[in-house]
Design a protein around this ligand. Structure first.
Ligand code: SF4
Length: 778
């Protein structure tokens, strides 16, 4: 360790460990029952002015989600096609903009003062608050400090490491969901020209299960609704989703729907303020009121009780159809557009109510209420998020939702359909651009034709398999285009070990995060422009494009002048990387005009339009206000591009997770001061917490059973295939959560999620159902 370190010689803990918190700091209040309103406005102002000042903050926010502005770097919720409001952002979008638009910089001097070990002793919140990364940094092997490096030398180092590999499949190219279409397209092209399909992405950790499930049964892995459909729905079922925190502008759509008489059903293990009531911050006459009631029915399902609950609702619908034939199900739709109804309905009829009630934790009366709402709805939307997708049977969860929609013919008609809401602003677009470890052959054919090369056909590593490959030293170079891989992935200790086995890790980032502190033998930090930044190439302003949850492609152009002249756009970084790599090697990559592409993004979009279906006349269409919709045969023509041309009903076993009497099923959740792995603050206003995140939410009866009191410190242990993992010192918080269920924040509890515990078919980590025991801290 360097002798001249100011912060460098007192750390013994591994840098992947999130430091413990002062248990005395935590304040616990009652959970809120209303989202938005004045507290949201106050929080927006605080975060924005603190990070950016009033003028820069206002300058940025007034361009967020506007037709001539930038796409919010937060979630993937869409913007209205027309009539956008003056302020088209939410509290959490403002926090994301503030984090990126901050005027604080992480400079060379900062890294002179801090060793990597010392930074590891700081909280994730503290790391993120240090400001924007402002210059490329390099950690030499055997040292524990980042030092400045020129861009040119950094690119050369990466190229040298890539050339030293025995096989292209020893390199991993990870992408986070913020990356633009243009950067993502070039990045996957670069990886495939290099010779690998090792293109894991953040989608592997979230909606992979939705994509796999939907693709199998309806032939498309994306939402089959538009934002407008929310205004025509008679019923909206929200499953395993907390829109108040994770996609807050969805509340405005729900509020409008509720005011029109739409019945909203919320299905979740925790009651959430965001599905209970909402005060729209733009309706100042409502600020002091009680807010608009949203969910008319809340079903507090047990963790992983969704399959039995959905089966219960559908069984009830079948019974009612039997009693009054032709009045409940859409038989014409079922006959004309689906197959598999007979075995599906037969299996449902055989299922006992006892199994359904026990499995879901919901009694028959409440199930009947939900079925009544579904039965009366002529158009019904199901919307969901990770509460459905991060379980062993996640694909079954999503396919049961599709079964439910098919029964009522709720596909391809106004006000109806499936809506998996993406957690990051362009995670869907990155997939469309070819960021996947399992590209479809047609895409590879088009890519090979356009760029005159033979793309690799062997499937690559997804996120979990990438971690295992690094752990086994089968992969030696890890490059992350954005994100915080260490904190987004499961089994943190194992993942950290995996990353540290690499010869080189590269993080292309805007802000400091824990992933920069867990490195390979050598490591690079390459600071990039963000969504809010002006991107000027050859004196000409450039824009990028993104795809939101509803499949709309739109332009995004930042307007903030970045505080450092050393930042490069992601497009620029990928092009330089490719140039450096293909300079030495006789590969097809050296005929690509990287120099031209990095200064003219229209050229990249032209190439995309030659390769990716639906992007014809890309440059022209994306310049129209609001952009354009990608084709969606299910939504637009009621056509199901499956092998048989029909939507499939599927049958799934209940397969409950067995939990012993002294065990709990744990779900990981996010606080309101958090977006994915980024921590904006230490409060969770909606759940009544201040100044602390290391908590475990427990049912009061369970607390009594274990003689635990509010504020007691406990250690959590997960149990999987005979192996135990421990996360120490969590504070007990009583909460209305079902018995034998507990909740903890992600990423603090990721250490408990076993690397081998994954969803069937999608390989998504089961972060929403982890078997744990709870032990008072010694
Ligand atoms: S709802 Fe999502 S995309 Fe919209 S402003 Fe909020 S965080 Fe950004």
């Amino acid at each position: 360790m360097d002798q001249n370190s100011e912060h460098g010689d007192d750390q013994t803990k591994p840098t992947w460990e999130i430091p413990l918190e002062d248990p005395q700091a935590l304040k616990i209040d009652s959970p809120s029952t209303c989202a938005g309103g004045l507290p949201a406005i106050r929080s927006t102002l605080q975060h924005t002015t603190r990070a950016m000042g009033l003028i820069r903050g206002g300058q940025a926010l007034l361009r967020a989600n506007q037709q001539k502005g930038f796409d919010c770097p937060g979630c993937g919720w869409p913007d209205p096609d027309e009539h956008r409001a003056f302020t088209e952002f939410c509290e959490n979008g403002a926090k994301a903009v503030a984090q990126e638009g901050t005027t604080k910089l992480v400079t060379e001097e900062f890294f002179e003062q801090w060793t990597i070990e010392a930074l590891g002793g700081q909280s994730d919140y503290w790391l993120g608050q240090q400001g924007r990364l402002s210059c490329p940094m390099w950690k030499e092997g055997g040292t524990s400090r980042y030092r400045p490096i020129s861009w040119e030398a950094a690119f050369q180092k990466i190229a040298d490491h890539l050339h030293q590999l025995n096989d292209p499949n020893e390199a991993i190219f990870y992408t986070s969901g913020r990356t633009s279409n243009e950067a993502a397209f070039l990045y996957q092209l670069f990886a495939r020209l290099f010779g690998t399909n090792n293109l894991p992405d953040s989608s592997n950790m979230c909606h992979e299960s939705s994509g796999v499930a939907m693709q199998e049964v309806i032939g498309i892995g994306k939402a089959t609704v538009t934002l407008e459909d929310f205004q025509h729905a008679d019923a909206i079922f929200i499953l395993g989703q907390n829109p108040g925190t994770n996609h807050p502008r969805m509340l405005a759509a729900l509020q409008k729907a509720a005011r029109k008489g739409c019945q909203i059903v919320s299905i979740n293990p925790l009651p959430e303020a965001g599905t209970t009531r909402f005060i729209h911050p733009q309706e100042f006459t409502q600020w002091l009121g009680k807010g608009t009631p949203l969910a008319t029915l809340f079903l507090q399902v047990k963790i992983n009780g969704d399959v039995p609950l959905l089966k219960g609702i559908m069984k009830e619908l079948l019974l009612r159809e039997d009693q009054n034939p032709g009045t409940v199900l859409d038989s014409r739709f079922i006959q004309q557009y689906t197959e598999g109804f007979e075995p599906f309905s037969e299996a449902l009829r055989k299922m006992s109510w006892d199994e359904i009630e026990k499995g879901s934790g919901i009694n028959r009366e409440a199930i009947q209420q939900a079925a009544g709402i579904a039965m009366r709805a002529k158009s019904l939307i199901c919307t969901w998020a990770m509460g459905m997708t991060q379980h062993k049977n996640a694909v079954a969860n999503v396919q049961e939702i599709i079964n439910f929609l098919l029964l009522g013919g709720n596909m391809g008609k106004q006000g109806a359909g499936a809506c998996p809401v993406r957690g990051h602003s362009n995670v869907q677009g990155d997939r469309t651009m070819g960021i996947t470890e399992k590209p479809n052959p047609q895409f590879l054919n088009e890519l090979g034709r356009e760029f005159q090369f033979q793309p690799p056909r062997q499937p690559g590593y997804d996120a979990v398999n990438a971690i295992k490959a690094m752990h086994a030293r089968k992969a030696k170079v890890f490059i992350a285009l954005g994100g915080n891989f260490l904190s987004a992935t499961p089994d943190t200790a194992y993942t950290a070990e995996a990353l540290s086995q690499c010869r080189l890790t590269v993080q292309i980032s805007t802000n400091l995060n824990r992933a920069h502190l867990v490195t390979g033998h050598e490591a690079l930090i390459l600071p990039s422009l963000g969504r809010t930044d002006q991107d000027i190439q050859n004196a000409l302003p450039q824009f990028v494009t993104t795809e939101n949850t509803m499949g709309i492609i739109q332009a995004s152009q930042g307007n903030l002048k970045s505080g450092s002249s050393h930042l490069k756009s992601e497009v620029h970084i990928v092009c330089h990387l490719a140039k450096a790599t293909f300079k030495k090697r006789a590969t097809p990559g050296n005929h690509i005009p990287w120099d031209q592409l990095m200064v003219d993004y229209d050229e990249i979009r032209n190439l995309i339009s030659h390769v990716v279906p639906g992007f014809e006349n890309y440059n022209e269409r994306v310049r129209k206000p609001g952009g354009f919709y990608l084709p969606n045969p299910v939504r637009d023509q009621r056509q199901f591009p499956t092998s048989t041309g029909k939507a499939h009903f599927t049958v799934h076993p209940l397969a409950p997770i067995s939990v012993d009497a002294d065990q709990f099923l744990m779900t990981t959740i996010r606080s309101h001061d958090q977006f994915n792995t980024t921590i904006y603050g230490l409060d969770d206003r909606y759940r009544g917490l201040q100044s602390g995140r290391r908590v475990v939410f427990m049912n009061r009866e369970d607390m009594n059973r274990y003689s635990l009191k509010q504020g007691d410190l406990v250690d959590l242990m997960s149990h999987f295939e005979g192996k135990t993992r421990t996360a120490p010192k969590f504070l007990v918080v009583p909460y209305p959560i079902p018995p034998q269920c507990v909740a903890t924040y992600f990423p603090e509890a990721n250490v408990l999620v076993p690397i081998d515990s994954v969803a069937e078919k999608s390989n998504t980590p089961t972060s929403k159902s982890v078997v744990v025991t709870i032990h008072p801290t010694a």
